[in-house]
Write a protein that binds this ligand. Structure first.
Ligand code: GLV
Ligand code: GLV
Length: 321
């Protein structure tokens, strides 16, 4: 069957697909493909392997044609996929949870360390060739020990973040529709609270929820006002969960102490008001960016395609059967 891969992915995943199917690449590079080229490339596909930069909507599904059986996203987040549109057509959509959990939590934790300890700022001092010397009061940050981390969205990545925070001596509160199993909550020492309380009491707020209608601009001007003036915001989930303009305004007004961001509202564009600020750390969406994890993600996406094309249920579907 015809499998279209829209961008370059790790070779082991390509080999697994090639062993059984006719694999067509739109282009074998790391650049995003244009929408027009993508719609052309997916024509007559039985399966498409997509990245989070491709929008899988009615137009995309029409371009593929009625024989399409599966869209395998190489990402855990699938806000780029119109899931109901896939379900209406009987197309299975899949994502890549679990394999990127630890790597993404490492990124969130790294952002938290960088911004609270001013590591990004310090690095910029040296690279700018500014004079510096050790000083008792030079570039002092906030210690994490004994501070409260508020985790919004206690899924697999939120739990992995909580484990790291516990090892660093932090207290953990979380907000989620679901309550953790008692043994997991006990192990993490994590307490469920209402979202408002989380914003009001946390020293660091870290976002680990998916982007959905209900989480779009979950961190808005009101939430930022609720946060402590000394608190930091970490976002390694999806940009539009934060109202970026409101974040810039809150930083300018000193309503919060800083932010660590791996994702942005209009990626790859970053709000101008963030770029020159010293109290923010900005990374170009590196959440899952390790050789090991990207390989595992691509291999899981390939397995999902192989399963569906063999008439079996895929490992990690996001559509309902
Ligand atoms: C990356 O952002 C992902 O959702 O996997
Ligand atoms: C710092 O470098 C120290 O020795 O305390």
């Amino acid at each position: 069957m015809k499998v279209v891969i829209t961008n370059k992915i790790p070779q082991s995943a390509v080999d697994a697909l090639r062993a059984e199917h006719d694999v067509v690449f739109y282009h074998d590079t790391d650049d995003c493909i244009t929408r027009e080229a993508c719609l052309e490339a997916v024509r007559d596909a039985d399966a498409v392997v997509t990245l989070l930069t491709e929008k899988v909507d009615d137009e995309f599904l029409d371009a593929c044609g009625d024989q399409l059986k599966v869209v395998a996203n190489v990402a855990v987040g699938y806000n780029n996929i119109d899931v109901p549109a896939c379900e209406r057509r009987g197309v299975i959509a899949t994502n890549t949870p679990k394999v990127l959990t630890e790597t993404t939590a490492d990124t969130a934790f790294g952002l938290m360390l960088m911004v609270t300890r001013r590591f990004g700022e310090g690095e910029r001092v040296i690279r700018s060739r500014m004079p510096w010397q050790w000083g008792m009061f030079y570039l002092l940050g906030m210690g994490l020990q004994g501070k409260t981390l508020g985790i919004v969205g206690m899924g697999q990545i939120g739990i992995a973040m909580a484990r790291r925070a516990k090892a660093f001596g932090m207290d953990v509160v979380y907000s989620d529709a679901y309550e953790l199993a008692a043994d997991v909550a006990g192990e993490l020492g994590a307490r469920k609270v209402e979202l408002d309380e989380l914003f009001e009491t946390s020293d660091v707020v870290s976002l680990h929820c998916p982007l959905m209608d209900s989480t779009h601009h979950l961190v808005d001007a009101d939430a930022l006002k609720r946060m402590k003036k000394t608190a930091y915001l970490i976002n390694s989930a999806r940009g539009p969960i934060v109202d970026e303009a409101a974040l810039v305004a809150a930083l300018e007004a000193g309503e919060i102490a800083g932010a660590g961001l791996d994702v942005f509202e209009a990626e790859p564009t970053v709000h101008e008001g963030l770029i020159d600020r010293d109290d923010v750390v900005l990374l170009p969406h590196l959440g899952s960016a390790t050789v090991e994890t990207r390989t595992a993600m691509a291999e899981l996406a390939a397995q999902n395609v192989l399963d569906v094309l063999a008439g079996k249920p895929p490992v990690t579907p996001v559509t309902k059967a």
